[in-house]
Design a protein around this ligand. Structure first.
Ligand SMILES: C[S@@+](CC[C@H](N)C(=O)[O-])C[C@H]1O[C@@H](n2cnc3c(N)ncnc32)[C@H](O)[C@@H]1O
Length: 277
């Protein structure tokens, strides 16, 4: 037995024949200290509805529940994992809802509204192949403040660095502007490849994001067009890179020096530029 009273994860995996599938981005976490650390990064869960994407055999799910999550709603695509997850659900009666399906086809706001109330916290060791796409969807939800109070998510470190990047750094680009527009994001800690089974090729990082207290209103599609143009030619001066959107005249109207480059603009300046287009 593990400290949570359930069988050790390695045994669960073997008993249910859960060989990791690469196509599903399956890199499992067995270390309860580590899954506990991820759960604690999300803060107090006792009042929360937690949404987890990709519970797999239930390593992180178990940590969320043993760290007191009032309710966990977990969306898993791999039907082979459902029996193992049902055992976790039996161990924590009434606290784990398993949704069998594809996260990319899931309406998370609707799912959250079916929960028992309290703040919604998204916590996941995401499959790498769909992690960025899911994050972008959650950042661009039309209702603001959003349905979630926070997101605590595992990414490849390189992606995590792009999410939290500040102006002036090489990692700063479209993803950083989008994340900074809507949230305050920080890297909580790194996780080495050998913490996973099987180990991925690269180091991972847990990122914690909270919606900005003061929103920066703009049109997300327009913001996307501006950052695409600006970072499409990131080494060029803005008067050149945003020429198709109005070039020098636009930049002057927005009060931005046309000789600057995209990577020097703050998120607030990108929003101002977008609202001037
Ligand atoms: C990196 S593993 C994490 C597993 C487990 N949470 C852990 O930490 O050990 C990613 C999980 O996401 C699941 N997954 C992959 N694509 C998915 C999708 N489109 N929708 C829902 N789950 C998906 C995989 O089957 C796998 O269980």
């Amino acid at each position: 037995m593990s400290i949570d009273g359930l069988p050790p994860l390695r045994e669960v995996i073997e008993r249910h024949g859960l060989q990791a599938k690469k196509a599903l981005g399956q890199n499992f976490l067995f270390d309860l200290n580590l899954t506990g650390k991820i759960a604690r990064t999300a803060g107090d869960l006792s009042d929360a509805t937690v949404i987890e994407v990709g519970p797999g055999p239930g390593g992180l799910t178990r940590a969320l529940l043993s760290n007191g999550a009032r309710q966990v709603i977990a969306v898993e695509r791999d039907e082979r994992c459902l029996a193992a997850l049902a055992e976790v659900s039996d161990h924590y009666p009434g606290r784990l809802e398993i949704v069998s399906g594809d996260a990319l086809k899931t309406d998370f706001a609707a799912l959250a509204s079916e929960g028992g109330g309290g703040p919604v916290k998204i916590i996941a060791n995401l499959p790498y192949n769909i992690g960025t796409e899911l994050l972008v969807r959650w950042l661009t939800v039309s209702e603001w403040p959003p349905f979630y109070a926070s997101m605590t998510l595992m990414f490849q470190r390189e992606v995590a660095q792009r999410i939290v990047a500040a102006p002036g750094s090489d990692a700063y680009g479209r993803l950083g502007v989008l994340a900074g527009w809507r949230t305050q994001a920080r890297i909580a800690f790194d996780v080495p490849p050998q913490a996973f089974t099987p180990p991925p090729k690269v180091t991972s990082s847990v990122v914690h994001l909270e919606p900005r207290a003061t929103p920066l209103p703009t049109d997300v599609k327009k913001l996307g067009r501006v950052t695409e143009a600006a970072f499409g030619q990131r080494r060029k001066m803005l008067r050149q890179s945003v020429k198709s959107l109005g070039g020098e005249a636009l930049l002057e109207r927005a009060g931005i020096d046309p000789t600057r480059r995209a990577e020097t603009l703050s998120v607030e300046e990108f929003v101002r530029l977008t609202n001037t287009v």
